[in-house]
Design a protein around this ligand. Structure first.
Ligand SMILES: C[S@@+](CC[C@H](N)C(=O)[O-])C[C@H]1O[C@@H](n2cnc3c(N)ncnc32)[C@H](O)[C@@H]1O
Length: 347
């Protein structure tokens, strides 16, 4: 090895050889990020990460048999993930390394959210040329929007929003754009007297939730149905009189027509006059700060812009609430993460 290195240095010169190595390593960060993410997704979205966390290790032969996967392709993926230190291969079994366990913890939701928006990246050139349009030709993977967002929001947004709901003694919660229902699930877990209903207009999301509810519905205190929040048609009959309406990261999808959000908030107040609103939303971060601290918000903005969603500033949200005759009872805006939480009551 040493002889070969000396030969290369003689051929290229030390300075050029060292610079080349450094530059390759710089590029490799991005190439590896792409390859590693793609391979990691295969394990995550097929339940392999969950099984590894539960069982500690998995037999490759068994996995191939259960999933009907091609051994040569799975071998290539596992060999690569072992090479970059995310899993450890030992004969027929593999397990997560410490680095793999880290990825399966807090950042997991980020991987899942990126997987949800992957069709935008796979079709980036078609989006750029206008050959394809998001919504018409390209859709995000909605279940993974729900699961990824639900997992990430469990880290800060939901604890804050749940505290707002419970501190104000609310007992009947309607969650708009409920995704995988992680927010109401946590509320039902925290308080035995609370009853929650989630609505989402995406049939795949609702089908996913019904599967979850079949396993755990907190003795009938948690339910969901497919509905558009702008019409709220076909709500089941057996719902309580809601005294709280929650929405986490749902309204920004309509920011380009903010008058619709204002009208919706007014309609909801007329229908449930005693309801308090607990809203969690993205709040635009200062671009100068973001350039100095290039956090995951950059990727998040990219997904949103590619899928024609807008991020509003905290002030934009305050203006919308004021126009909807709501006054802010409590506000927590975190500029560092670009997220804000508002408890609102009719003015
Ligand atoms: C970004 S996800 C947020 C999901 C969930 N609230 C969370 O905290 O993770 C937005 C959700 O709102 C739903 N949604 C968007 N527009 C809606 C509408 N008009 N009526 C009902 N649900 C809607 C989407 O299907 C999606 O599941």
């Amino acid at each position: 090895m040493l002889k070969q290195m000396i030969k290369i240095i003689r051929l290229l010169g030390l300075r050029r050889a060292a610079a080349m190595k450094k530059h390759h390593e710089e590029g490799l960060k991005y190439i590896r990020g792409y390859a590693a993410t793609t391979c990691w997704w295969i394990l995550d979205v097929n339940g392999v990460i969950d099984r590894l966390e539960q069982a500690g290790s998995i037999s490759i032969k068994e996995l191939i048999k259960n999933k009907g996967w091609r051994p040569d392709i799975l071998d290539a993926v596992l060999e690569y993930l072992d090479g970059i230190g995310l899993i450890s291969l030992d004969g027929d079994v593999f397990s997560l390394t410490d680095s793999g366990r880290v990825l399966a913890a807090e950042p997991r939701g980020l991987f899942e959210l990126t997987y949800a928006y992957e069709p935008c990246f796979a079709n980036l050139e078609a989006l750029l040329t206008g050959e394809k349009v998001f919504g018409r030709d390209i859709r995000r993977r909605i279940t993974w929007v729900g699961v990824g967002s639900g997992r990430l929001c469990e880290q800060l947004p939901y604890p804050i929003m749940r505290r707002m709901v419970l501190d104000h003694g609310r007992r009947g919660v309607l969650d708009l754009g409920c995704g995988d229902m992680a927010l109401p699930i946590g509320l039902c877990r925290m308080n035995d007297n609370i009853r929650c209903h989630g609505i989402d207009f995406d049939p795949d999301m609702i089908a996913f939730n019904h599967q979850q509810l079949a396993k755990q519905d907190f003795n009938g205190r948690l339910s969901c149905s497919q509905a558009d929040m702008f019409t709220l048609e076909n709500l089941p009959d057996n719902l309580p009189d809601f005294d709280c309406i929650t929405a986490c990261d749902t309204f920004h999808e309509y920011l380009q027509e903010s008058e619709r959000i204002v009208a919706l908030l007014k309609t909801l107040q007329r229908r449930w006059p005693n309801a308090m609103f607990v809203i969690g939303e993205f709040c635009l971060q200062n671009p100068v700060w973001l350039r100095r601290h290039p956090t995951a918000s950059l990727e998040h903005h990219l997904f949103h812009q590619l899928s024609r969603q807008q991020i509003g500033s905290a002030q934009q949200w305050r203006d919308i609430f004021r126009q909807a005759d709501l006054k802010i009872a409590e506000e927590n805006v975190f500029d560092m993460i670009g997220h804000g939480y508002f408890a609102l009551k009719s003015a």
